[in-house]
Design a protein around this ligand. Structure first.
Ligand code: ADP
Ligand code: ZN
Length: 739
């Protein structure tokens, strides 16, 4: 009989502690139980992560209390947490905090208990009701209202009939009604009626993919499938039917969607097929709503979880299928510890729970694509659009050949201007895309060369014309636009705005197309929660002719009347200091292009660039995903980059550059003693964004042939490293962004 348990205490120390289980608690303590334990002089919360017969420590203290009934963490999720903690080199306790939403972990927040009112025996008899109506007409009215509904929340009844709780208590005392406590789920979708949808008859390629997924789900070890389907090929319909298959088999399922695509439109597509059997977990839920949705899954009332990253950890017990839509999206990577990739952890969870995993994308990540080439994943292709519409035609405009009347490079090429005018004449809609908000990227003094920089970060300030402010896009600092050059030796007043952002596009478009109705959508115009839906709604209903936006409009949106998409500067993402810049540009162009021509009229895409010959741009134009990927993978292999090598990035930061530099060098020295043949350790250097919020940032990059050797080396070096006080460090395994 094990009487000793290991507990991960809420402390973030990378170890677990042993505790005794007192007789009285033996029955209640289970793997994953949340417990209260003495720790030093304090009392802390923690989770039981294992049972033991003996301990290496002599004087063990006892668990004080077990919180709640059944454990919140299932055995399998605990196993997954252990794997994550090990893989991402993050304390188990910290990992557990990521796995269980705060709203669920927090013991104070329980179900919202409400009072439910129902008619009682005396209300059944007509004679009794007549007597009541005569003696107490007001009470009788209240009762009649209740009889219509049969069941109402006390609060609702009081509000609707303008009565008081005293009146209700009187009715209860006389046996007309009952008032009882009831658990009421806060349904974030309450009050929305959705028309149920039926499965569509599948197209041949969809049918092949669907059957492949079903066959995999019936296997002992289902494995991973990559659903590579061009935009509009009907991937979502395949997911829907595969999810239905899981339900038919009595299994549960998870579908992950990038946060940015988790729009009401998307959620409704799933809810109208599965109704209340689906629970939605996204960042806009209140804590109470999140708590209730989580518990609907935990109780088994809901069988499918849809959500962003963290929905992967839904407490479902009989997982049959996990779908990761838009699997290439970098938002699947968490940008704080544990820096996990939800796509990769999904594959692991699927492996551990013998459940099928489907990764879907129109532009799969090179990691996943390589896994199909090596035979680890199964490849499924959807090559035609579900509606048989042709793919949009992409035209690349070489901006080096474009000259305006003043002899400068214009923001809009003549091709783009003409194309927009044509579309407007035909009453069609246009999307203009630029992945940079604000008016201009920087403010430059032509006299002395002064550039307005953020004093705390190593980036230039962006000019926001609407607010007449300069803003730092990293730390949010805002400063008024200076009237003269701040350089004391210059004081010139002719400022120039270099580069351009969405605000400037909006202004220029207003002049070029004076009769068009133009709207801009970026994080500046959608700060209000409803603004996003309002703008999209107006666009959908044809109240906007030209929608200008950042990557917010690049993904997943479906507007049948959009026939032209203009990309104002494809080079923005191409010149990022990142070995994935080409891959990311290809993905972005393909996704943006996918917004064009989803209706009756064929779509057209115009891409403006200064590097028209770049492989990523040419491949996007030719719709040649596989050609591009094969070529890019050859480079990666030759240069020893992921997916052929595994990579870790260590970022060291602090307020004093010398201290940060020294600490990075010290770690570099220690790592150097641990690296083995075949590993590559890069020289310490300032991060591409060298300073954020007054903190200097240095980086070290380590590459190895396997994650295991990478982990071993890092762990050994970090154990030896003594960090100076003012320095912080973060560790990123399989980084997706190197800024
Ligand atoms: P994807 O997710 O691959 O971008 P969608 O699932 O959004 O594609 O499908 C694009 C459009 O085609 C949607 O309007 C969808 O309703 C429609 N569609 C999908 N499958 C079929 C089908 N089998 N028959 C008819 N229409 C379909
Ligand atoms: Zn800043």
């Amino acid at each position: 009989m094990p009487t000793i348990v290991q507990v991960a205490v809420e402390l973030s120390l990378n170890r677990e502690f042993d505790y005794l289980v007192p007789e009285a608690l033996l029955e209640q303590v289970r793997l994953g139980s949340q417990v209260q334990v003495p720790f030093g002089r304090q009392t802390k919360y923690g989770y039981v992560t294992g049972f033991k017969e003996t301990s290496d420590f002599e004087k063990l203290r006892s668990i004080k209390k077990v919180i709640g009934g059944a454990p919140l963490i299932g055995e399998k999720v605990l196993e997954l947490a252990r794997w994550m903690s090990d893989y991402y080199i993050t304390p188990l306790e910290k990992t557990l905090q990521t796995l269980i939403p705060g709203a669920v972990r927090n013991k104070d927040r329980s179900f919202r208990e409400q009072l439910m009112v129902r008619p009682a025996a005396r209300a059944e008899k007509a004679s009794e009701r007549a007597a009541l109506a005569k003696a107490f007409p007001r009470r009788s009215e209240v009762l009649e209202s209740l009889l219509v509904e049969q069941e109402m929340l006390q609060a609702e009844l009081i509000q609707q009939t303008r009565t008081t709780s005293a009146t209700l208590r009187a009715l209860e005392k006389e046996g007309y009604i009952t008032i009882e406590k009831a658990v009421v789920g806060r349904n974030p979708h309450a009050g929305k009626q959705l028309l149920p949808t039926e499965p569509l008859p599948l197209m041949p390629e969809q049918q092949v993919a669907y059957e492949g997924i079903c066959r995999a789900m019936d296997r002992e070890k289902p494995g991973v499938m990559l659903l590579y389907g061009v935009t509009g090929s009907g991937k979502t319909e395949v997911y829907l039917q595969a999810l239905a298959h899981a339900l038919e088999k009595g299994q549960d399922a998870i579908i992950l969607v990038p946060e940015i695509s988790l729009t009401p439109q998307t959620v409704e597509r799933f809810r109208s097929r599965f109704g209340d059997r689906i629970a939605v977990l996204h960042s806009h839920l209140s804590d109470g709503e999140r708590h209730d949705e989580w518990h609907r899954l935990y109780r088994g009332d809901a069988r499918i979880a849809i959500g962003a990253r963290s929905a992967l950890f839904s407490p479902l017990r009989h997982l049959g299928l996990i779908v990761v839509d838009e699997e290439h999206e970098s938002s699947y990577k968490q940008d704080e510890a544990p820096r996990y990739s939800a796509r990769d952890v999904a594959v692991m969870r699927g492996h551990m729970e013998h459940c099928a995993v489907v990764l879907g994308s129109a532009t799969p990540s090179l990691e996943s694509y390589q896994n199909t080439r090596s035979g680890k994943y199964e490849m499924m292709r959807l090559t035609v659009r579900a509606d048989h519409r042709p793919m949009p035609i992409m035209q690349v405009v070489d901006m080096r050949t474009q000259v305006s009347e003043e002899g400068k490079t214009p923001v809009f090429s003549s091709d783009l201007v003409n194309a927009v005018r044509d579309r407007l004449v035909g009453g069609e809609q246009v999307i203009l895309f630029l992945n940079r908000r604000g008016f201009s990227t920087s403010l430059i003094c032509p006299a002395c060369g002064y550039v307005a920089m953020c004093p705390d970060c190593s980036v230039s300030l962006t000019y926001h014309k609407a607010d007449q402010e300069l803003k730092c896009h990293l730390c949010g600092r805002q400063v008024p636009v200076p009237e003269r050059c701040p350089n004391p030796d210059c004081r010139d007043h002719r400022f120039k705005y270099a580069g351009f952002g969405t605000q400037r596009i909006e202004e220029i478009a207003g002049k070029l197309f004076p009769h068009a109705r133009i709207k801009r959508m970026d994080s500046d115009t959608t700060r209000r929660k409803e603004a996003y839906e309002e703008i999209l709604g107006a666009f959908r209903s044809g109240k906007i002719d030209i929608l200008i936006g950042t990557q917010m409009i690049a993904k997943g949106l479906h507007f049948p009347n959009v026939t032209l998409v203009g990309v104002l500067n494809a080079d923005v993402s191409l010149h990022m200091p990142d070995f994935r810049a080409g891959e990311k540009t290809f993905q972005l162009l393909t996704q943006v292009a996918g917004r064009a021509g989803r209706g009756e009229i064929p779509g057209e895409v115009i891409v403006q660039t200064f590097t028209p010959a770049h492989a990523a741009i040419q491949a996007a134009r030719r719709l040649d995903y596989e050609g591009f990927s094969d070529q890019e993978l050859a480079f990666r292999e030759e240069l020893g980059y992921p997916p052929f090598r595994r990579m870790a990035c260590i970022t060291v930061r602090g307020p004093d550059e010398c201290v940060v530099n020294d600490a990075t060098r010290t770690l570099f020295g220690i790592l150097g003693r641990h690296v083995t043949a075949g590993m590559r350790l890069s020289e310490p250097c300032p991060a591409p964004i060298a300073r954020i919020k007054t903190h200097y940032r240095y980086q070290l990059m380590l590459r190895a042939s396997s994650v295991r050797s990478l982990g071993r080396t890092l762990r050994a070096a970090l154990a030896e490293m003594k960090w100076p006080k003012e320095v912080q460090h973060s560790l990123d395994i399989d980084p997706v962004s190197l800024l």
